[in-house]
Design a protein around this ligand. Structure first.
Ligand code: NDP
Length: 254
């Protein structure tokens, strides 16, 4: 029995061209799955493809703006056209606008919700019939510590990430009958482009995170590879609707 063999499987990772998405793509690729990464920035994608191919993975990039429903549908269709199937979907693309709630504009609110939550709904909905056709599948949705906690600068972001957890639970209950497991991952503070901007905008963040995290450090994209491998593989076939922190203990520390 090999619980961690993904040879012959196909994974689509939104925002897989950098940061946490690339870390997760590497974890899934290490088990043998073919990887399609999706995003907007082609230069970043070229580096990510090199990283995946250096591991021996079959990897390709598709350009998509996941805030657009038609592009999500086309993304799933192009993945299936290329590989004949879709087994694993990682809804990872995300963004943040850090402002006090009273200062967030309507456009900023919608931009964050569209990028972080509605995109995951569109991609999951498009992927569902393909996973049914494949006899099952794995959906991995990226939440956040802001799925659990509040912060003054995160009204839109925390709403989107709380929504990710509840959407995952709802879809898990709906699609368990189809052998599709839907789970959320809640990363702690991970060193990426997104949090580089956060550290510039929120004073003292670098040190306060390090101090509060029992592991005593920020996470790296590589720290996200193992949970992706687990949730993408048959080792997690009886795990569904959960929200798993991968946070060095941030969420359990006093
Ligand atoms: P990055 O900014 O490095 O990655 C975000 C990715 O999302 C990019 O690859 C970007 O690709 C893609 N993306 C953003 N908007 C769109 C869009 N409209 N269409 C397609 N792709 C898009 O940040 P992280 O790796 O940190 O973030 C990844 C996920 O993890 C996000 O959901 C984030 O909220 C979440 N997260 C991050 C934490 C952290 O500490 N870093 C903590 C908790 C959660 P491109 O630029 O090519 O469009």
């Amino acid at each position: 029995m090999n619980l961690f063999n993904l040879k012959g499987k196909v994974a689509l990772v939104t925002g897989g061209n950098g940061g946490i998405g690339l870390g997760m793509a590497q974890g899934i690729a290490s088990l043998g799955a073919a990887i399609v990464i999706a995003g907007r920035n082609e230069a970043k994608a070229a580096d990510a493809l090199q990283t995946l191919r250096d591991m021996g993975a079959e990897a390709s990039f598709l350009t998509a703006d996941v805030t657009n429903k038609a592009e999500c549908v086309a993304l799933v269709a192009a993945t299936v056209a290329k590989h004949g199937r879709l087994d694993i979907l990682v809804n990872n693309a995300g963004t943040s606008v850090r402002k006090q709630p009273q200062d967030l504009t309507e456009d900023e609110w919608h931009h964050v919700l569209d990028t972080n939550l509605t995109s995951a709904f569109f991609c999951s909905q498009a992927a569902y019939p393909e996973m049914v056709r494949a006899g099952g599948g794995k959906m991995i949705n990226i939440g956040s510590m802001m799925s659990l906690f509040g912060a003054p600068f995160a009204a839109a972001y925390a709403s989107s990430k709380g929504g990710i957890v509840q959407m995952s639970r709802a879809m898990a209950t709906a699609w368990a009958k189809d052998n599709i497991q839907v789970n959320a991952v809640l990363p702690g503070w991970i060193d990426t482009d997104l949090t580089k901007r956060a550290r510039e905008q929120v004073s003292g963040l670098q040190d306060s995170v390090q101090k509060r995290t029992p592991s005593g450090r920020w996470g790296t994209p590589h720290d996200m590879a193992g949970i992706a491998a687990f949730l993408a593989s048959s080792a997690s076939d009886f795990v569904t609707g959960t929200a798993i922190p991968v946070d060095g203990g941030f969420s359990i520390a006093m």
